[in-house]
Design a protein around this ligand. Structure first.
Ligand code: HEM
Length: 409
């Protein structure tokens, strides 16, 4: 039985491009252990003999947010930080003093952040935005619905009731992360990441009060550092592997910069440095251990996927829903497509599988032959990009707000 599920996980991993020939290694590597000699999951022998990341939440933000919610301060915080957008904006006035003190302490880059690498990553993001939009949006976005803990917590939190709004906020994260000056004082990503960290802390206090979530959850507090690492693999590690698989020109320095950007991002979300993979090889091995085997459908995830894919129906993608379903199958495997009940369209499937690689070759200047489907793909990509670039309803500000309750039912 164990072999069977391991085999299934491997097959799925190969399809997702996140399983290689790497030898099995412990799931969670320890402090700076690029060799992956760290702790085994839950063995309590993690970094510096501390707990593994599944036992780490957020010591700084969690108790604070519990106090803010119980004390009724959240609406005032949401109002006060609406205009707090740029990394070098002063901490806004009108915040409870302990909350302001927390933000002042949390809202800066870690000492190991390397501006040159971050700049290179930003430039890479700009040059590769086409593929990144497609992969984050249709790959990682839909993959999140078959990560059961994520799907269940997203579904039963307040934001689950309005996926359009939630997706817009999540896209804000990707958008701000991908901007040229994202990590510079005039950029916006440090603020966006800190808002997100605070939202996660709020969710850790709120969701355990939801009878619906409690009925389906397999953990008592959501969004551990381990859960965040799993999500990182569904974003960064997955996209990295797909770019390699698609043979997009991707020099080693860009690969390193892209990893560095993600390392800083997940650290800003509260994951301790020692638990963050130090190389793509380590990330890939960890992903193979902690992401691929847990992918599975759930009632909540199926509903979320339908919501997300339905969202795209509101804009003209220049392609049919059948084509969209098949593109998702192409980037995530038929296994995932079947789990989510994505209706088959075999003509579209054949088109995606032959024309997409030709489209990439042409775009990258690796083939002089422009595929007849070029404009269709081009329009498709533009439409998906619009979802990112619209940045939700507010346009210019970062619309992330702290929830004060859960989804009702
Ligand atoms: C909220 C990003 C990991 C569950 C958010 C928001 C962003 C975000 C931008 C704010 C937007 C919103 O309110 O919807 C990320 C990133 C992650 C990550 C980049 C990792 C790299 C996780 C994980 C879980 C999770 C691991 C659960 C297992 C949630 C929930 C909300 C949220 C429940 C609140 C939605 C609401 O407003 O009700 N996340 N997240 N996130 N996230 Fe995450």
């Amino acid at each position: 039985m164990e072999n069977l599920s391991r085999r299934k996980a491997l097959t799925l991993g190969v399809a997702l491009g996140i399983v290689g020939a790497a030898a099995p290694v412990p799931a969670w590597a320890s402090a700076g252990s690029t060799a992956g000699t760290g702790a085994l999951t839950g063995a309590g022998a993690g970094a510096a003999a501390g707990p593994g990341p599944e036992w780490i939440w957020d010591e700084a933000a969690d108790p604070l947010m519990a106090r803010m919610i119980d004390g009724g301060h959240v609406p005032a915080i949401n109002r006060a930080w609406e205009k707090w957008v740029n990394n070098n904006d002063p901490i806004p006035g009108g915040l409870p003093s302990d909350f302001a003190a927390y933000l002042a302490q949390a809202n800066h880059l870690p000492s190991w952040a390397d501006q040159a690498k971050l700049q290179r990553a930003a430039d890479f993001n700009r040059r590769r935005d086409t593929y990144l939009f497609m992969l984050y949006g249709l790959g990682s976005g839909i993959m999140s619905t078959v990560i059961p803990r994520e799907a269940k917590s997203v579904y039963w939190s307040a934001g689950g009731a309005d996926m359009q709004d939630r997706a817009a906020k999540t896209f804000t994260f990707g958008y701000d992360l991908s901007q040229l000056g994202a990590f510079k004082p005039t950029g916006q990503f440090v603020v966006t990441a800190n808002k997100t960290r605070v939202v996660h802390a709020a969710v850790r206090h709120l969701l355990p009060q939801s009878p619906h979530w409690k009925a389906v959850a397999d953990e008592s507090i959501p969004i551990s550092a381990a859960d965040i690492l799993v999500t990182f693999h569904s974003l960064g590690t997955y996209v990295h592997q797909k770019l390699l698989e698609w043979r997009i020109p991707y020099p080693a320095a860009d690969q390193e910069a892209f990893l560095h950007m993600w390392q800083v991002a997940i650290h800003l979300l509260g994951v301790p440095y020692e638990h963050i993979p130090k190389t793509w090889a380590e990330a890939r091995a960890q992903s193979q251990q902690v992401l691929t085997p847990i992918l599975t459908p759930s009632t909540e995830g199926i509903a979320l996927a339908e919501d997300l894919l339905g969202l795209t129906a509101q804009i003209d993608l220049g392609v049919t829903r059948g084509f969209l379903n098949e593109f998702v199958r192409y980037v995530l495997s038929d296994q995932v497509g079947d789990w989510l009940g994505l209706r088959r369209d075999y003509a579209a499937a054949a088109l995606v599988r032959t024309a997409w690689p030709a489209f990439i070759l042409f775009r990258e200047g690796l083939s002089p032959v422009m595929p007849g489907t070029f404009y269709m793909f081009d329009q498709f990509i533009r439409a998906i990009a619009m979802l990112f670039l619209n940045k939700g309803s507010s346009g210019t500000t970062t619309p992330i707000t702290i929830p004060i309750g859960n989804r009702a039912g």
